[in-house]
Design a protein around this ligand. Structure first.
Ligand code: EPU
Length: 305
C-alpha cells in the first residue's frame, strides 16, 4: 500500500515550516534535480528527530540533506519528506572541537585555524557539511575525517540518541555504516574532532596552498558533484577516464571535465538523466578498455523511474 494516504499527507502539510514541491536543484552543488515533495529546513536536532520519527511511524520515505555536494537528484525529484539539516553551531574545548552536522567542513577548517588548531587543514578541500563528511568519511589530499574523529553524536529511528565511536561507524574509503550499513537512515547531529595546538597562520598558509593546487587540478568553479567515481584500488578513476579518451565526452549539457577526468560538469541546464547516461557510458567504456569496474561515489537519489 502506498504511504500517500490522506492522513499522511495531512500530517506532512501540518509540519511547521514545511514547503510543498520545493525545488532542490539550487540546494545541490550540481544545480540539478527535481523538487522535494515535502521539504523542511531545520536547525534543532530535536525538531529533526521528531520529523523523522513521525515519518518512520507513517512509513513516509525521507531523505536527509546537507550541502548537497555529493548528490545526483533525479529529474522527477524526491518523494516523501526531504529534511535539510542546518545546525551549524560549534564548540571548542582545548584541542577538541564539536561541530553541528550542518556546518560546512571548509568553514570549520577556517574556524579551527583561527583558534590556532592544526590537523584539520585537509577539510578546506571538502565541499560538504560535517554531517556529510561523517556519512561518507570524506577526505582530501590523502587525509580522511576518521583520522581526527573521536566521536559523533546521532539519532537512530526507534532507538534514540547515540554517541558513536569511530569504530561503531565502520568508516572506510568514502563509506560508513550510515551510508552503506546498519545505520542507514540515522541522523548525524554533531561530530567531535581531536586536533593539535599550533600556529593558525601556518594552517592558513597551508590551506591557501592546497586550495591553489586544487584550483589547478579540479574544475572547482563549475557546477559539479566532486569526484564522480571512487578510485579503484591502486589506481585513479580520473587517470582511467583520461586514458579511455573520455575527457570532454558529453550527454546533453553534462560533460566530463577536460581538466579532471573524475568530474562531470553541468554546463548549464544539464538534467539528471544526462549525467546518469554519461556516468553509465564512462563505466561501460572503462570496463571495456581496461577491465575495471568503476563504482560511483556520487549518490543517486529520488524518483528515477
Ligand atoms: N589523473 C589523470 N587524469 C585526470 C585526473 C587525474 O591522469 O584527468 C591522475 C593524476 O595525475 C594523479 C592521479 O590521477 O596521478 C590522482 O589524481 P588527483 O591527485 O587529482 O586525485 P584524485 O584521486 O582524482 C582524490 C579525491 C578527491 C580529492 C583529491 C585531492 C577520490 C575519488 N577523490 O582525487 O576528492 O579532492 O584526491 O586530494 O578519492 C571528492 O571526493 O569529491 C574529491 C574531489
Amino acid at each position: 500500500m502506498s504511504w500517500r494516504t490522506r492522513a499522511n499527507i495531512a500530517w506532512l502539510r501540518g509540519l511547521s515550516g514545511v514547503k510543498e514541491a520545493e525545488p532542490l536543484a539550487s540546494r545541490t552543488s550540481f544545480g540539478i534535480g527535481g523538487p522535494a515533495e515535502f521539504f523542511l529546513e531545520l536547525v534543532r536536532p530535536e525538531a529533526i528527530e521528531r520529523s523523522i520519527e513521525g515519518a518512520c511511524k507513517r512509513s513516509i520515505p525521507y531523505l536527509l540533506l546537507g550541502a548537497g555536494t555529493n548528490l545526483l537528484i533525479a529529474d522527477r525529484g524526491v518523494e516523501g519528506l526531504v529534511i535539510r539539516v542546518v545546525n551549524r553551531e560549534h564548540e571548542i574545548e582545548g584541542t577538541r572541537v564539536r561541530a553541528g552536522a550542518g556546518l560546512k567542513m571548509m568553514r570549520l577548517a577556517r574556524i579551527v585555524a583561527d583558534a590556532n588548531l592544526r590537523g584539520f587543514e585537509f577539510a578546506i578541500g571538502v565541499p560538504g557539511t560535517v554531517g556529510g563528511a561523517v556519512y561518507q568519511n570524506a577526505g582530501c589530499w590523502g587525509k580522511e575525517l576518521r583520522e581526527v574523529l573521536v566521536e559523533a553524536e546521532g539519532w537512530v529511528p526507534g532507538v534514540g540518541t547515540r554517541k558513536w565511536k569511530p569504530s561503531d561507524l565502520e568508516l572506510g574509503y568514502r563509506t560508513s555504516a550510515l551510508r552503506d550499513g546498519d545505520l542507514k537512515g540515522a541522523l548525524v547531529v554533531s561530530a567531535t574532532v581531536q586536533l593539535q595546538r599550533g600556529d593558525g597562520e601556518e594552517a592558513k598558509q597551508l590551506m591557501a596552498r592546497l586550495t591553489r593546487e586544487r584550483n589547478e587540478t579540479q574544475p572547482i568553479k563549475t557546477k559539479n558533484c566532486g569526484s564522480v567515481f571512487k578510485n579503484p584500488p591502486g589506481d585513479s578513476a580520473g587517470r582511467l577516464v583520461q586514458a579511455g579518451g573520455l575527457k570532454g565526452a558529453r550527454e546533453g549539457a553534462a560533460a566530463v571535465s577536460t581538466q579532471h577526468g573524475n568530474f562531470i560538469v553541468n554546463e548549464g541546464g544539464a538534467t539528471a538523466a544526462d549525467v546518469k547516461r554519461l556516468i553509465e557510458r564512462v563505466m561501460v567504456e572503462v570496463k571495456r578498455r581496461f577491465g575495471i569496474q568503476l563504482e560511483p561515489e556520487v549518490e543517486m537519489v529520488g524518483r528515477w523511474k
